[in-house]
Write a protein that binds this ligand. Structure first.
Ligand code: ZN
Length: 248
């Protein structure tokens, strides 16, 4: 019981009364929690900011004897301000945040998921990197963190070793990994990948988290990667996540 210091990002916010909010916050150590924030809507600037959707803050929480959290104090670390002024960036950030909401739970630590989430929001907010590429990288890396690591070194069916000098590769969504050309012919779920797309896939699955977004690929390869990340994510998370485009 008592006070707990942690950090967290607001992934959902609901008004509870004229002055108060109930926030859903992703923390590294406590997982996804719900916390009551008394006075969140008062005009005090610090409280306003730290209760905003997608703001990341240093938190002091109070845990009541019946296991409910309330926010004792909060100090903003990062607001990702540019997400709030660019509708395209906000659309991508919102979809990513929905995925994060669905894959996290209370009392299940979320260090790696939170780190990926923050890195992704940072790249969306602070750079002009292609948003579709960011979304692809996020989805594939998230699945890997959640334990869905596809086999990419050899054919999942016959065991044939993949070679760097091969011109094309075939990813089986059904069987979680790459297939050789012969085995791919019998699998309707395969997605063809160019050498560049396949290298990008391996990079996303295995690179240092700090360098996750440090690459570019030509548009035609990005289209393949988009298709793969979309179908693979929808299948593994059993839900469709698509970017909502608003026409304004
Ligand atoms: Zn094979």
């Amino acid at each position: 019981m008592g006070l707990i210091k942690t950090k967290g990002i607001v992934i959902a916010a609901a008004n509870s009364s004229d002055n108060d909010k109930v926030l859903t916050i992703l923390t590294p150590d406590l997982g996804k929690i719900s916390a009551f924030y008394r006075g969140a809507k008062k005009t005090k600037a610090a409280a306003l900011n730290s209760s905003e959707y997608l703001s990341f803050s240093e938190l002091v929480l109070y845990k009541s004897p019946n296991d409910n959290y309330s926010i004792n104090s909060a100090e903003v670390i990062e607001l990702f301000y540019n997400l709030r002024t660019d509708i395209d960036k906000l659309n991508y950030a919102t979809t990513i945040s929905k995925i994060i909401y669905d894959v996290t739970e209370e009392n299940i630590p979320a260090y790696d998921v939170l780190q990926l989430f923050l890195n992704t929001l940072y790249v969306i907010s602070e750079t002009d990197k292609n948003l579709d590429l960011i979304f692809c990288v996020f989805r594939i890396r998230l699945l890997a963190i959640l334990g869905f690591l596809p086999q990419v070194a050899k054919c999942v069916n016959c065991g044939m070793q993949m070679q760097e000098d091969m011109e094309e590769f075939f990813f089986s969504v059904k069987d979680d990994g790459v297939k050789c050309k012969t085995c791919a012919k019998l699998d309707k779920s395969v997605i063809r990948l160019s050498k560049t797309s396949f290298s990008a896939l391996i990079y996303i699955l295995s690179c240092d988290s700090k360098k996750l977004f440090s690459f570019e690929i030509p548009d035609e390869d990005l289209q393949e990667l988009k298709l793969l990340s979309k179908i693979y994510t929808n299948q593994k998370l059993d839900k469709e996540y698509d970017i909502q485009k608003f026409n304004i």
